[in-house]
Design a protein around this ligand. Structure first.
Ligand code: ADP
Length: 202
């Protein structure tokens, strides 16, 4: 039987990574788009030659990785730099994700979960997915969790939330909504996730 391919998304602090880990424990294969993006822009990564050609040697550090600090500074003053970088990195992330998914499917894994933080924002994933899981919670809970996890101020977290898709846009993209507000304990969340996994034969 063909492996089911589902997208997993959620705003910062929603509990998306926690749900991804729980799905993994249940037997799903996780394809982590952020991790792949870090790999292709890391030392000797597949995006480095193109980044060098587009932005120059200044943006490659001594280890042959993208110099993130310099790129952040450039993107701050030149917004088009971000889209240029994305036009290099996103197709490579797409290819590498597909490779990992096919490897998992050929091992007989019944469920492949694409962990894509910007799934709703980017739009390019929809056609590859059978369903989208959205982990949902209110902004105050997001702020509380991320302040604790990353020692950030409430203001910084609220700015990140404001830069992401709105809660209603994300909910509208959901085939399966996992509610993870502050009223849900980790034990309850684990129970909900095993019910989702069971939908896919796990
Ligand atoms: P995301 O990947 O969406 O940014 P995480 O899964 O890392 O979010 O969760 C953010 C933080 O909140 C983590 O420290 C996680 O352990 C905690 N967390 C997530 N869901 C719950 C919950 N239902 N109860 C208590 N803590 C939670």
């Amino acid at each position: 039987m063909r492996a089911a391919r589902i997208g997993l998304t959620g705003g910062i602090g929603s509990g998306k990574s926690t749900v991804g880990q729980l799905l993994c424990v249940a037997g799903a294969a996780l394809v982590d788009a952020d991790q792949i993006a870090r790999d292709v822009t890391g030392s000797g990564g597949a995006a480095i030659a193109a980044i060098h050609a587009a932005f120059g040697a200044d943006f490659i550090d001594a280890l042959g990785a993208l110099d993130r600090e310099k790129m952040r500074a450039l993107a701050f003053t030149r917004p088009d730099a971000r889209s240029r970088l994305e036009s290099i990195v996103h197709p490579l992330v797409g290819l590498q994700s597909e490779k990992q998914a096919q490897e998992a499917a050929s091992r007989g894994c019944p469920l492949i979960v694409f962990d894509v933080p910007l799934l709703v924002e980017s739009g390019r994933w929809a056609r590859r997915l059978d369903a989208v899981i959205v982990v949902d919670c209110d902004a105050d809970t997001q702020v509380m969790r991320v302040m604790q996890r990353n020692s950030l101020t409430a203001e910084v977290v609220r700015n990140i939330i404001a830069s992401q898709a709105t809660r209603s846009a994300r909910r509208a993209a959901a085939d399966i909504l996992v509610a993870n507000g502050r009223d849900r304990s980790l034990t309850q969340l684990a129970g909900d996730v095993s019910q989702v996994a069971a939908l896919f034969g796990l």
